[in-house]
Design a protein around this ligand. Structure first.
Ligand code: 5GP
Ligand code: ZN
Length: 120
């Protein structure tokens, strides 16, 4: 499928469009951030591009500015959530072995507890 701005039948495109409710944490023209429905820590925010991009595998010269922008937003959200100083984790799962369950690029911001390494 050629990537368009919005993909039909994409959960996160539906959340961005407001068709499925979510708890908004941050929004601008390029990205949308909301609380994960199944939080893996006291703070668990998902940041997604408004444009449908399948995963990190689909990041290229045409959309790299969107990803760079998201990485300027992540520390702002961390600051607002009170976890910037103590530290947190940013995760993007990719494809089947990466355990990606929603095929719309997203970055998990998880914090408020000690992380373990290596991840599962
Ligand atoms: P993935 O497994 O693809 O890396 O991450 C998908 C994330 O989306 C999971 O952490 C899951 O809990 C979250 N999620 C799935 N469905 C919904 C939903 O309807 N609303 C919200 N807020 N989060 C969701
Ligand atoms: Zn999508």
């Amino acid at each position: 499928m050629k990537e368009g701005l919005i993909a039909m039948d994409c959960l996160f495109c539906s959340i961005v469009a407001g068709d499925i409710p979510s708890t908004k944490v941050y929004e601008d023209d390029i990205c949308y951030a909301f609380r994960d429905i199944d939080p893996q820590g006291p703070v668990h925010v998902l940041v997604v591009p408004k444009q449908h991009i399948q995963s990190v595998n689909a990041v290229d010269d045409t959309n790299k500015d969107i990803v760079a922008h998201i990485f300027t937003v992540i520390p702002k959200i961390a600051e607002a959530e009170g976890i910037a100083e103590e530290g947190y984790r940013v995760v993007s799962n990719i494809g089947e072995r990466g355990q990606q369950t929603v095929p719309h690029l997203h970055f998990h911001i998880i914090g408020g507890r000690d992380m373990t390494w290596p991840p599962g």
